[in-house]
Ligand binder design. Structure first.
Ligand SMILES: C[S@@+](CC[C@H](N)C(=O)[O-])C[C@H]1O[C@@H](n2cnc3c(N)ncnc32)[C@H](O)[C@@H]1O
Length: 489
């Protein structure tokens, strides 16, 4: 068993903190693996950290099969809850994480109880109660209460980054709710600072964090802009409703036609037809974008279509000048430690894809940018005079490490297969100088696309053809979906 995969029940727990993991590696190196790794149907059900520690210590792991009769989920939860010291906030997020698994088990139970002779469902467990509201059941299983689970649900609407930090024990639910009032840039930095100094009070972390970032970008509870969500075909809606030169910035990730499974849209059309349609979309974007505006085109590739992102960029290049190319890095491995998250590629031929391209297009390639708005503090002071602009910040460059929330299984991603982090759009929009009074467009907004516009206080228009995605993003922006939108004034 060289490289077994993990059972979803074992993935609902956050990885061990680095110090505890290092201690486990040292212990296994010194004494060998004492408790074998528990397997179910070829997947690791319990012992993920032990397996990883064995690999790091160069110790051959031992395996045993799970012989339980109840629910594997319940067994994995109770085994881990006894061993791990999770805070009340972490337990609340754990309860949220197990909700979809509980629903799957409930369905399986229903199927079995309807089956021949209404035999007792194998998934029914003695430790996970099965009656009551789903969030109450999940709360009891995770050893917390449903009010906490509801708070975790509300936090999920504010952003995956905060939920991830609570899951990892970097923030409590209360601290995360407080951070939710700040824009993504502040939150990301605050989480980083807290990670570096886990015992510092959040107020101290925030004070340091705010000292680094220009004040205009960080006002808590900045007035939300009016973001509109239009449900429908973006090309048709842009043609009929948007005026020439009315949009300040577009940040978008269109479908790539690589067979991704979206809700309504089928991402698999004849190549020429797809590129022809995309060409029309870019023609429209050129028409509606102001001459000083910016188009940020986020595009990845898949092994089967290695040129996908370049084909997209070439279609845009017929109407725009390419001004910058940015690498959006989702995950980074330095000195043997990995940060961030990506979707692994199966097999041994291809490397995992840990970055995507962000093509920055403008009308003439000469549009000035607000580099200080996304600048980083100088590491040392000697050259400020020559390169500084007085803000104390310098240009952070064209490689952006903006990790996705670490997810432990596909259901964490929600029902959208290809969303980008809000912090990515946030950085693009601030670089383009957007703020209160700007009008931002994402013609393929999915579930995250236009949220950043709302957070920086800009007006925004997000368009998606899928009703469910529109519902989700409208809720996140505090607005309603428009099925027959009117022309913006
Ligand atoms: C790559 S995803 C965008 C994800 C988005 N950036 C996010 O972070 O959630 C592309 C989106 O385009 C939508 N879409 C596809 N064809 C469309 C069309 N003709 N008009 C509007 N939206 C469309 C899909 O439903 C999908 O949500």
């Amino acid at each position: 068993m060289s490289n077994p995969e993990f059972h979803p029940a074992c993935l609902v727990f956050p990885p061990l903190p680095a110090a505890e993991f290092d201690a486990l590696v040292a212990d296994i190196a010194a004494h060998g693996l004492i408790h074998p790794i528990v397997m179910l149907d070829g997947l690791v059900l319990d012992g993920r950290n032990r397996l990883l520690a064995c690999r790091q210590a160069g110790v051959q792991p031992r395996f045993t099969q799970w012989r339980g009769t109840g629910s594997p989920l319940a067994w994995a939860i109770s085994a881990n809850l006894q061993r791990r010291h999770l805070t009340a906030s972490q337990r609340a997020v754990l309860a949220l994480d197990i909700l979809p698994h509980l629903a799957a088990e409930a369905k399986a139970r229903q199927r079995l109880s309807r089956g021949r002779g209404r035999r007792k469902a194998a998934g029914v467990s003695a430790t996970v109660p099965t009656r009551g509201k789903a969030s109450q059941i999940a709360a009891r299983a995770a050893g917390t209460n449903s009010a906490y689970v509801e708070a975790a649900k509300r936090l999920r609407l504010a952003g995956d980054d905060l939920l991830a930090a609570v899951r990892l024990g970097q923030l409590t639910l209360g601290e995360a709710s407080r951070l939710a009032r700040y824009p993504a840039s502040v939150r990301t930095r605050a989480i980083d600072l807290r990670q570096a100094a886990p015992h510092r009070r959040l107020s101290v972390v925030l004070r340091d964090c705010l000292a680094e970032i220009p004040p205009a970008a960080v006002r808590p509870g900045a007035r939300r802009g009016r973001v509109r969500i239009w449900c429908g075909d973006s090309l048709g809606l842009m043609r009929s409703l948007l005026d020439d030169a009315s949009i300040d910035a577009v940040c978008t990730s269109p479908p790539y036609n690589v067979g991704v499974r979206y809700g309504t849209y089928h991402d698999s059309r004849p190549r020429d037809e797809f590129l022809g349609w995309l060409g029309e979309v870019f023609r429209e974007l050129r028409r509606v974008l102001k001459p000083t505006g910016s188009l940020f085109l986020v595009a990845g590739h898949v092994p089967k279509h290695p040129w996908a992102s370049y084909e997209l960029a070439q279609a845009a290049a017929k109407h725009f000048q390419l001004q910058n190319q940015i690498a959006w890095v989702k995950s980074l491995a330095v000195d043997g430690r990995t940060r961030g998250h990506y979707r692994p590629v199966a097999g041994s031929r291809y490397l995992n894809r840990v970055w995507e391209q962000v093509f920055h297009f403008t009308s003439d390639g000469r549009v000035p940018l607000d580099r200080a708005a996304v600048g980083v503090p100088h590491a040392c002071g000697w050259n400020h005079g020559r390169h500084g602009d007085g803000s104390g910040l310098h240009c952070g460059g064209d490689c952006w490490f903006i990790p996705h929330e670490t997810i432990h299984r596909s259901s964490d991603r929600g029902d959208h297969p290809a969303s980008f982090p809000v912090a990515l759009a946030d950085r693009c929009l601030r670089l383009a100088g957007c703020g209160k009074g700007s009008l931002v467009l994402d013609p393929f907004c999915g579930v995250n696309g236009i949220i950043a516009a709302s957070r920086i206080g800009a007006r925004g228009i997000g368009i998606d053809v899928d009703e469910n995605y529109c519902d989700r993003i409208a809720a996140a922006c505090g607005t309603v979906v428009e099925h027959r939108p009117r022309r913006p004034r």
